[in-house]
Design a protein around this ligand. Structure first.
Ligand code: NHR
Length: 182
């Protein structure tokens, strides 16, 4: 999130209008505020299994900010088709694997357990089907001997901070040609 926010200066075609989280304690909220970006938090927990009502509360904040593009960055709540529809074709996510490999959770542990030699991250359009929307960019990193979930995760994160801003810059210009790094 911070890498994206910091990238949107100068000749960048976009500017950050809101940082929103489902976790009121998320440290990114204070960091965004320090950059002068408006923030909102809607705790999903009081809503229990009612995803739609949680999303309606979140959407009220988002719509008030009138964004053209939504970027998920570490957002861990599966979104219902109704929410997706409101931002169809305008919502991005970064996922810590080389999709279509390892959709879902615990991607680095799965890559290490499988003995993969290459890992990475993917920026994709968010569609109703989880981690399955069109790929907008991918970055590859080696998996090194002795790697753990944590060491691999840190290496991939470094590439996430490079890949996502590059993809967003292109996407905000209307260019959906995929970016490939590594
Ligand atoms: N929503 C839709 N409809 N489509 C996608 O592609 C989405 C999405 C919401 C989030 C991010 C994704 C990731 O990058 C993302 C993509 C959370 C889960 C999950 O299982 C899965 C994928 C992603 C994010 N969430 C659990 C849930 O019940 C909660 C897990 C937790 O809190 O740790 O929502 O990885």
């Amino acid at each position: 999130m911070l890498a994206l926010a910091r990238s949107m200066t100068g000749d960048h075609p976009a500017r950050p209008v809101l940082v929103a989280s489902n976790d009121p304690a998320a440290t990114g909220l204070a960091k965004a505020q320090a950059l002068g970006i408006p923030t909102a938090a809607v705790d999903h927990r009081p809503f229990g299994r009612d995803r739609e009502t949680f999303e309606a509360a979140l959407l009220a904040h988002i719509n008030a900010a009138q964004p053209d593009i939504l970027c998920l960055a570490g957002f861990m709540r599966i979104l219902t088709p109704g929410f997706i529809k409101a931002f169809e074709g305008r919502m991005l996510n970064i996922h810590p694997s080389l999709l279509p490999k390892y959709p879902g959770l615990h991607t680095h542990a799965r890559a290490v357990a499988a003995g993969d030699k290459v890992a990475g991250c993917t920026v994709h359009e968010v569609t109703a089907k989880l981690d399955a929307g069109p790929v907008l960019g991918q970055a590859r990193v080696p998996v090194l001997p002795g790697d753990t979930e944590d060491s691999l995760s840190a290496r991939v994160l470094g590439m996430e901070h490079q890949l996502y801003p590059q993809v967003l810059r292109r996407f905000a210009k209307g260019d959906r040609t995929p970016v490939f790094l590594g």
